[in-house]
Design a protein around this ligand. Structure first.
Ligand SMILES: [Zn+2]
Ligand SMILES: [Zn+2]
Length: 339
């Protein structure tokens, strides 16, 4: 696969900073949100994973592998949780097949990886964004189940995942969407993705935010709260915002920090607590379909920030870590300063 574009994600920052809560077999090639053009292929690759013709020169997204014959792959039907999965960006580049990270001119796609052809109408940065950020949101919504037309949904976090979740909640027909985040520029973007009310973590206290959410919901709390901020403290705030019998969908938490947590809150208020990790080939395909159908109405392009040549990848990591940019992208064949 010849890499066309690799967008960055918070997980890249955790990887580079060494605080990712999983095993990493160093040295690795960072980057996992990439779009590639097929430059060579093996046997049995005439179609992608959903049956679409696949030819040299096509652009694809690819998934981690799953073994297809373990308990999680078969009985549980949750292949994203396969214990024998091989993921990109975490295996040593010193071992064959070496090229398993997106910040590289070429990437090797495992024969067992799912792959989906990218429609011609979608440009490489948006397709790349679909290969982690958006497919994770799509998968989380699948874990959640249908959003009802009467549901008030509160979304914590106005980074790329939170903004995409706001957009998908809007497309799913949510009654009201409340966005919690910062800075103001991201809250404005939240409005453009479909938020009815925005609440700032920079200028409003937890109590003020909670008061607004309870006023908006006749004193009940939100039917569904979604955690996409990744801040451990946000989990405690989010739990208090769910109505009795409501659902808390937790997606953003990937770090290793711990927080005090009173489990009886879940019982007393009959909460449904759902975690969601990653996404499978169905979610990649769905994410691409949603972008193709709605890219004129939702501001997906505003999620993509500056373009960096590969040699400036560390600057791109700093830009996303300091939240000065939403989603920088690495361009493989353009040696230039960031634009
Ligand atoms: Zn990611
Ligand atoms: Zn398996």
């Amino acid at each position: 696969m010849q890499t066309e574009c690799c967008t960055l994600c918070g997980t890249d920052v955790h990887l580079v900073r060494g605080n990712l809560n999983r095993n990493v077999d160093l040295p690795v090639i960072a980057g996992h949100e990439a779009t590639g053009r097929v430059v060579a292929k093996g046997d049995g690759t005439d179609t992608d994973s959903v049956g679409q013709p696949l030819e040299l020169g096509d652009r694809i997204l690819w998934t981690r592998t799953n073994c297809g014959h373990c308990y999680m792959c078969t009985v549980a039907a949750q292949p994203t949780l396969c214990p024998d999965a091989r993921a990109y960006m975490y295996e040593s580049m010193s071992q064959p097949p070496h090229l398993l990270g997106g910040m590289s001119e070429y990437v090797y796609v495992f024969p067992d990886s799912g792959r989906v052809v990218v429609p011609h109408t979608i440009d490489a940065p948006l397709a790349s964004m679909a290969s982690c950020a958006f497919r994770s949101v799509v998968h989380a919504f699948a874990e959640l189940g249908p959003v009802k037309p009467t549901d008030t949904v509160a979304v914590q976090g106005t980074g790329p995942l939170g903004l995409l979740a706001i957009g998908l909640a809007r497309l799913s027909g949510a009654h009201r969407i409340l966005a919690i985040g910062a800075p103001d520029s991201r809250l404005s973007l939240a409005t453009r993705f479909g938020a009815d009310v925005t609440l700032s973590i920079a200028t409003q206290s937890i109590e003020e935010r909670r008061d607004v959410i309870f006023q908006e919901t006749a004193g009940r709390g939100a039917d569904v709260v979604m955690e996409f901020s990744g801040q451990p403290d946000a989990f405690c705030e989010g739990l208090t915002l769910v109505r009795r019998g409501g659902t808390y969908l937790v997606v953003g938490q990937l770090g290793s920090d711990e927080i005090p947590f009173r489990p009886s809150q879940v019982v007393h208020r009959n909460l449904r607590l759902i975690g969601s990790l990653s996404g499978g080939v169905r979610d990649y395909w769905t994410a691409l379909q949603l972008i193709e159908a709605h890219q004129t109405e939702l501001p997906f392009h505003n999620l993509i920030s500056r373009s960096y040549a590969l040699e400036f990848a560390n600057e791109a990591i700093d830009a996303i870590a300091s939240q000065t940019e939403l989603k920088p992208r690495i361009s493989m064949f353009a040696p230039h300063r960031p634009t």
